[in-house]
Design a protein around this ligand. Structure first.
Ligand SMILES: Nc1ncnc2c1ncn2[C@@H]1O[C@H](COP(=O)(O)OP(=O)(O)O)[C@@H](O)[C@H]1O
Ligand SMILES: [Mg+2]
Length: 373
């Protein structure tokens, strides 16, 4: 078995660190505060939520946990369906699910099961917004009256800002606020949207949760983890090779896991820096077509800007003459627009600092590929 998992729900033995983060979340929730978890994509928010769930499940029998990922939802109807599915999934038993569905009012959803994994699938056919409101409220009422304490994680929560129709942010806040038995983890990758939802005074969710920024995993802890996982499988990896991996992936969790997974797969006895280089080359080669296709979706200037950023690794003064001339990008006047559109497409990752912002290419493998162009 490969010890480097690529799915968010990772068994504890193969989950690297996040001890403090897990306990912080435990503490916030135990002290009555909801938690808003924020980090760039693929740092490990979803993994951490599952890890927190597993941790609580092992410690306490009086807590019930629900996980809803609303990334793929496009409106209130989807939201209601995904939340109802999350509840059905945790309830497991068909009789329980049936009695749960009865509480949703006259709009009984069509129930089916995913043919591949058996997960419950629900679809609602609402005729009016009042029916939607009723069902949404009924979902939270159901959770409020569970015999156990309830934790609900809503992943990629910023997605509700994309909805049309019902004013979901205000509505959710109204239904959630009076609950005493239910607490929430809101998680999201779009930092400015999440921060706006939870810290802007005129927004419904203002100050309704503690903001928690998830950072990268500590580099030396990650290095230890990688070395140990090889050793536990009776393989070895040199210290240089581990260092190289963490440099190459910038310690970004998903990319680190992915590269380690491949290096492990290709190692019989010992992995050296040369082995890692070969695997990294192969990875970029595999993605070549897909990366190349992105070019068609961008203007030549945007493309050039991405390559320049990748070659620099990190850019803190994108409007400086030095940077623009070195990479022949042109006038600084167009840079603000370039940055805005590339950040919005999630091709660039903006990190706010005390003095301004720095920019990197968001996808680490794409960045490594671009820098060779
Ligand atoms: N602490 C961890 N230890 C090992 N692998 C992890 C850890 N956290 C995340 N991962 C891996 O990284 C991938 C990306 O993490 P994920 O939780 O999906 O990120 P996010 O939700 O922030 O986008 C996961 O699929 C998982 O394989
Ligand atoms: Mg996630």
């Amino acid at each position: 078995m490969n010890p480097f998992f690529l799915t968010p729900h990772t068994p504890a033995a193969y989950f690297c660190d996040r001890k403090k983060e897990t306990e912080d979340i435990v503490n916030y929730l135990e002290n009555g505060s909801n938690v808003t978890l924020i980090s760039p994509r693929r740092y490990g928010k979803t993994g951490l939520i599952y890890h927190y769930f597993d941790t609580i499940a092992a410690r306490r029998k009086d807590v019930e946990m629900y996980y809803a990922d609303i990334y793929a939802t496009s409106g209130p109807d989807d939201f209601i369906a995904v939340l109802a599915e999350a509840i059905s999934k945790t309830l497991k038993k068909e009789t329980l699910i049936k009695s749960f569905l009865k509480t949703l009012g006259s709009i009984r959803p069509v129930f089916s099961q995913d043919p591949l994994n058996g997960a419950p699938q629900l679809s609602f056919r609402f005729q009016s917004d009042s029916e939607r409101r009723y069902s949404l409220k009924a979902l939270f009422d159901f959770l409020e009256h569970r015999p156990k304490k309830v934790i609900v994680a809503i992943d990629e929560f910023q997605q509700i800002r994309q909805y049309e129709g019902l004013p979901m942010e205000a509505l959710l806040r109204t239904y959630i606020q009076p609950l005493t038995n239910v607490q929430f983890i809101f998680s999201g990758s779009r930092k400015h949207v999440m921060a706006d939802m939870f810290t802007a005074e005129n927004n419904p969710f203002y100050e309704s949760a503690s903001l928690y920024s998830l950072d990268k995993i500590n580099r030396s802890v990650y290095a230890r983890f990688i070395t140990d996982k090889f050793a536990e499988a009776k393989k070895q990896i040199t210290a240089d090779a581990v260092d190289f991996i963490l440099d190459w992936t910038c310690v970004h969790t998903f990319y680190t896991q992915f590269l380690c997974n491949r290096v492990f797969q290709n190692t019989k006895k010992e992995a050296t820096i040369m082995d890692v280089l070969n695997v990294a080359d192969a990875l970029l080669y595999e993605n070549h077509e897909a990366f190349l296709e992105r070019r068609a979706l961008l203007t030549p200037k945007q493309w050039k800007f991405l390559i320049a950023t990748a070659k620099e690794g990190e850019v803190s003064e994108p409007t400086s003459g030095a940077f623009l001339q070195k990479h022949k990008i042109g006038a600084p006047s167009s840079v603000a627009r370039l940055l805005a559109s590339l950040t919005d497409k999630e091709l660039l990752l903006e990190t706010k600092t005390t003095t301004g912002s720095t920019y990197r290419v968001y996808n680490v493998f794409f960045s490594r590929w671009l820098e060779r162009q």
